[in-house]
Design a protein around this ligand. Structure first.
Ligand code: GDP
Ligand code: MN
Length: 347
């Protein structure tokens, strides 16, 4: 056998456990909603997630689409992911107008929003997307096998190594939802969302937990919404929470209020309000060490030691967290947390 060179890297395809010696493999998956045309943008995201994290852990990746994925999409993404890949078609009833929606009224709103130049204001598919991410992705048959998810969108970037299992971190620390960036929502897209939330909490006071993060959402103890939300294009979270009767009641109530179609409610404020009211504040985690970009905002840790230790390649000047349009300061205040090293430099 002389001269035969042993492979230096194990074949990690298809569900061999994590590469770390200590790690227990969590019941977790990445999840991406995408169109076939997103192939090269999602390829970039996958490559970064793999290089910075998943090549060490080999978690699965579920791709969901309102259409069938084509062979090229499957071939390219499967070649990039070090865990198993799964491809699902979204059932039509989860990506269409529910029968209680007045389609003429919805069409009129899209026309008005187009004139006001509200981003995605005239788009039907964007509304289906927001409603799907708000109420259905976690119930897709392919997702039912998992307890934890990490949402990844096309064209995002990761700037630092992630050397530990973030899913295990969530479980060990009793976290249910997490974020890296937060900001204020465009009020034109959600004028009656808070009224719908108040109708829900009045009907279901049992779903609002004590020790929640109302202070993140409201400056007057719940009378009005300050439009703060966690940016949901990045999320690591617990699927069982989203599948709980509390969350399902919440989504169903908002869905019937009609604002996914009569306005343009985003899944970011919908998830964020749920997390802030229906989870204890300790159950929401800010991942300072996950440096991330989705157009047009960056989260880059301000502490130099963190950046050097984690081999980060982001410019800390691009960090959005301590800027006036971010809600992350408010999150720190609500939770009595001390801001990370170097934050003053970026204010
Ligand atoms: P933005 O981040 O709010 O500008 O919205 P994106 O265009 O990034 O869409 C959010 C997510 O939904 C991304 O993962 C997209 O790939 C996905 N997405 C958006 N519209 C559609 C659609 O019509 N069909 C499918 N299958 N995915 C979509
Ligand atoms: Mn996006």
């Amino acid at each position: 056998e002389a001269g035969k060179v042993p492979p230096t890297t194990p074949n990690t395809q298809n569900g061999l456990g994590p590469a770390t010696a200590s790690g227990e493999h969590m019941n977790a998956t990445f999840v991406t909603l995408a169109r076939n045309s997103d192939i090269w943008e999602i390829a970039r995201s996958i490559r970064q997630v793999e290089d910075r994290f998943n090549r060490k852990f080999h978690y699965d990746w579920v791709f969901l689409n309102d259409d069938e994925f084509n062979d090229e999409f499957k071939k390219v993404t499967t070649s990039l992911v070090s865990g198993k890949t799964k491809y699902g078609k979204i059932p039509t009833e989860h990506w269409s107008f529910p029968d209680f929606i007045d389609q003429d009224k919805a069409a009129q709103v899209r026309e008005e929003m187009k004139e006001k130049k509200i981003i995605y204001g005239d788009s039907i598919s964007y509304r289906h997307m927001c409603r799907y991410e708000s109420g259905f992705f976690f119930r897709h048959p392919l997702m039912l096998d998992y307890e934890w998810y990490w949402r990844v969108e096309p064209s995002v970037e990761l700037f630092c190594d992630i050397d530990y299992d973030t899913f295990k971190f969530m479980a060990d620390n009793k976290k249910k939802y997490s974020f890296v960036l937060s900001l204020y929502e465009y009020v034109e897209t959600i004028p009656t969302l808070w009224d719908a939330v108040k109708n829900f909490t009045a009907a279901h006071p049992e779903h609002v937990v004590e020790g929640n993060s109302m202070g993140f959402l409201s400056d007057d103890d719940g009378k009005t919404y300050n439009h703060c939300h966690f940016w949901s294009n990045f999320e690591i979270g617990n699927l069982n929470w989203l599948r709980s009767s509390a969350y399902i009641d919440y989504f169903t109530s908002l869905d019937h209020a009609g604002g996914f179609f009569y306005e343009r409610w985003g899944d970011a404020p919908v998830h964020s309000i749920a997390a802030a009211l229906m989870l204890k504040k300790e159950e929401i985690h800010f991942f300072n060490d996950i440096a991330y970009y989705h157009v047009p905002f960056t989260h880059c840790p301000t502490g130099e030691k963190t950046r050097l230790d984690l081999k980060c390649h982001c410019n800390p000047k691009d960090n959005f967290d301590w800027n006036g349009y971010s809600c992350t300061s408010r999150f720190f205040e609500v939770n009595g947390m001390t801001k990370p090293e170097g934050y003053e430099k970026e204010q």
